[in-house]
Design a protein around this ligand. Sequence first.
Ligand code: AMP
Ligand code: MG
Length: 506
Amino acid sequence: MPKTTLSIPFNNSYANLPSHFFAKVLPTPVKKPELILFNHSLATELGIEFKSDSQAELEAELAQVFSGNSIPQGAEPLAMAYSGHQFGHLNPQLGDGRAILLGEVLIQKQQQPNQQQRFDIQLKGSGRTPFSRGGDGRSPIGPVIREYLVCEAMHALGVSTTRALAAVSSGEPVYRQGVEPGAVFTRVAKSHIRVGTFQFFSLRNDKKAVTLLADHVLQRHYSDIDNRNPERYLEMFRAICRRQAKLICQWMNVGFVHGVMNTDNMLVSGEGIDYGPCAFLESYHPETVFSSIDRQGRYAYGNQAAMAQWNLSRLAECLLFLFDSDEKVAIEKAKTVLDEFAEFYLDNHHLSNSRKLGFNQATSKELVDDILHWLTLNKLDYTLFWHRLGKHLESMSADALLQEFSITDVQQKDDFSAWFTRWQKALDTGNCRSTARVTMQQSNPVFIPRNHRVVEAIEAAEENNFQPLKRLLKALETPYLEQESLADLMLPAKDSERVTRTFCGT
Ligand code: AMP
Ligand code: MG
């Protein structure tokens, strides 16, 4: 009898779709897998069970499984086919070039025990696949750690996201600009079906496959839409648009810049995915871009809703024949839904900005716009500003806040003081004062994965020191809760520490 056992209750569905949806392929084993991080609470949610006599043996077994060296029972490893518009340019042949879906688990939903939820368990950096093109199918440790941190930070922030189950170092070098240690990331998602997955079949004029995929998505992600409804595909599109609008609002709310919102990086489930050259705002400006490859600012902070709408238009193009047999009518239907996206986004974005100011309902548009304009001019740290505003809601005067942020310009001081008075008045008029503190606390995080801290954690991990990573992860687990012992992780980068560029690092 083996002393260590691990079981994953696989229940696969994508593997049952026609064979041209994917390529069956096994992970390529790595030399010396060692467990860096494992998300025990997520594993429990997924029904993953393990028994072991010793911690060391358990870690070794987890490293074997989540590096791809050992294939757990019930897994049906495959690489998914997809296309995608990358920075506006269509690439018809992408697909999982360095990721392999092990399989899916089907679990009872926590809040609704009579409903089930399916989750993909996917390895990333697990070796070449038929979709690898010129790539090596591997991942350096840096991007693995960044994705782990951002996934779990997003989850704790209340942002719809794919999750991190494990990070395992491979013991093998990965060659990029220089030589870097390799690692494998295990990602959990409601599915990995992208806008680009629909594009893959649509581009090949394979209507049968598009319909099959749409039916799969309806059943898997939008089961509340009646499958006898003749408008079910349009309803699905509407629901996808709504989830994307909500997701972008959530990103805007926490100052997140995704950086690579290509159609192959947009999931139809509405979860955020592929945290590569992403970063969180420090000083507030809508045109903020971090990614070194986003030279035109296509995916700048303030452009994200427009880019989501652009991607959704590409999705609509794939689905038109399912909306109506008359193409003109189908286009009109799609346009209506895309217009609704814009409206729904703007309403929700305004509501979440209102909540950042302590209002439970939408407040005056000017009040929000004026403070955002002031923040732009004064380049204040986005996260810290809202936090301070909320923390000292009752006690702090405009002057004290101005002092805290060292604002000395007379005009800027006057503008802020005038705004501050209007804000206080609006809270009273809206009867929001008693709940404002809690509303602000729930809307304005204390901890975000600040770029310089992420880089610090990665650089230490590259030297085999995982303490900064674990400490940062701890702060990010409760991002709305101030903790004295972690206070340094709240602070913006000093000039010497600031990281203004991020890289794909693939
Ligand atoms: P991403 O930028 O991570 O969204 O990836 C875009 C496309 O490039 C996807 O099809 C990936 O599978 C592929 N890709 C990225 N890095 C690699 C790599 N190291 N080896 C093979 N394929 C890769
Ligand atoms: Mg991608």
